[in-house]
Write a protein that binds this ligand. Structure first.
Ligand code: NAD
Ligand code: MG
Length: 403
């Protein structure tokens, strides 16, 4: 067996780091071809040195200079490439077998499409790409013989609980699947009294009880807009309607999701909350490989609890269901406005409850403007840009009122 070469887009992030940890456990199976990062060039240099990457992709010339300055060792420096086009080219080139798509947000979109067009095995952590461009991406993957494996723990769990891991078309009618049940931890504010939500800080929102993640997805977990993005992600990955997806709160994050069948069976995937499990599953698929994760000990774990979602605590979840039912334009607006609102919240410009307000206002605006003819990636990006402009305006208006 010859080693497969992996390109990690978003190598300095939480998923990127976990991916490198798994890869380093299997030097006979995997080598690193390329790494990308947007900031933290010293860290990127360290990772590139550790993994002996052949090339790195950085956002601009200033970052390239920082990277070269940080390269203080005797090993030959990797090829340093600059800009979004280089990112897409690197994701598509022959030297890459597997692409880990772990850039956060819409910024990851073009490189994922490039990898799909080149027929790569894509490990998809970037859920925003399926939310904004699900139909186009699934078509591109199918047309070019690419493979899309879910990294999001819920979707990876569902993938493992489905009868045929390689074929998801017409799953519901063919395989007797009745529902997909996505579990959600409920985030750090699950039991906080509702009045206090208005004054929670970014630090509190980023302190997730079970998972260590990047700041954007941590806030999304608190609002449960993350679960909303995952509902849309599940719709595209598994070809199921909004009515066939349920969300269930499970505070311990041990049951990662479930599949309910027409005969009453429910299959679940369990494990400790550690993203190295889904990453190892997808990297090795269909072979199981060591992930470095502690084995689940249910006697120590004790209780597994489940509860219904309280809609008044998590209005963003319902907004995501609304967007999925409304269509692709609404899903783009949902994702774009959320990215704008979360960034403004993290910068202290708006309050926590304003995130749902801005997303809701942007969805209303999108419904009025009827921007729903989306045929190509440029259409997605144009709709995304328009929604961002609107959401930024909402955010600035709120920011002016509150300051
Ligand atoms: P993170 O913020 O920790 O890392 C993001 C990475 O993307 C970094 O390497 C950063 O340099 C890079 N990046 C950021 N902006 C960029 C831009 N404009 N252009 C190019 N690169 C850019 O994020 P994360 O938590 O690792 O999440 C990455 C993706 O995986 C997200 O889409 C998230 O929703 C998804 N995901 C994460 C987890 C998790 O446990 N962290 C779980 C499931 C899904
Ligand atoms: Mg998830």
């Amino acid at each position: 067996m010859s080693a497969q070469s992996v390109t990690i887009l978003g190598a300095t992030g939480s998923i990127g780091q976990s991916t490198i940890d798994v890869i380093k456990r299997h030097p006979d199976r995997f080598t690193v071809h390329a790494l990308s990062a947007n900031r933290r060039m010293a860290e990127l240099a360290q990772i590139a040195c550790d993994t002996r990457a052949s090339c790195v992709v950085v956002p601009d010339d200033a970052a390239a200079t920082q990277f070269k300055k940080a390269w203080s060792n005797v090993a030959p420096m990797p090829d340093v490439r600059v800009g979004p086009q280089a990112l897409a080219q690197t994701a598509a080139e022959n030297q890459t077998d597997i692409v880990m798509a772990a850039i956060v947000g819409i910024a990851g979109l073009a490189s994922i499409f490039a990898a799909a067009k080149a027929g790569k095995k894509i490990l998809l952590a970037n859920k925003e790409s399926l939310v904004a461009a699900g139909s186009l991406l699934m078509t591109t993957v199918a047309e070019h013989g690419a493979t899309l494996l879910p990294i999001d723990s819920e979707h990876n769990a569902i993938f493992q609980c489905l009868p045929s891991c390689s074929e998801t078309n017409n799953l519901v009618s063919r395989a007797g699947v009745q529902k997909l049940i996505l579990t959600a931890s409920g985030g750090p504010f699950r039991t906080l009294d509702l009045e206090s939500l208005a004054s929670v800080t970014p630090e509190q929102a980023c302190a997730h009880p079970n998972w260590e993640m990047g700041r954007k997805i941590s806030v999304d977990s608190a609002t449960m807009l993350n679960k909303g993005l995952e509902v849309i992600e599940a719709h595209w990955l598994f070809n199921v309607s909004a009515d066939q997806i349920d969300v269930l709160i499970h505070p311990q994050s041990i049951v990662h999701s479930m599949v309910q069948y027409t005969d009453g069976s429910v299959l679940a995937q369990l494990g400790n909350p550690d993203m190295r499990t889904p990453i190892a599953h997808a990297l090795g698929f269909p072979t199981r490989i060591d992930a470095g994760v502690d084995m689940l000990d249910l006697t120590r774990q004790g209780r597994l609890e489940f509860e219904a979602v309280q809609p008044q605590r998590y209005p963003c979840l319902e907004l995501a269901f609304d967007a999925l039912r409304a269509g692709q334009g609404a899903c783009i607006a949902l994702n774009a406005s959320n990215e704008v609102a979360v960034e403004a919240f993290l910068q202290g410009k708006i309050g926590y409850l304003d995130i749902a307000r801005i997303v809701s206002q942007t969805l209303d605006w999108q419904a009025r403007s009827h921007q729903d003819d989306i045929a190509c990636l440029d259409d997605v990006l144009a709709n995304d840009a328009a929604a961002r402009t609107f959401a930024t305006h909402c955010s600035q208006t709120i920011g002016t009122i509150t300051s």
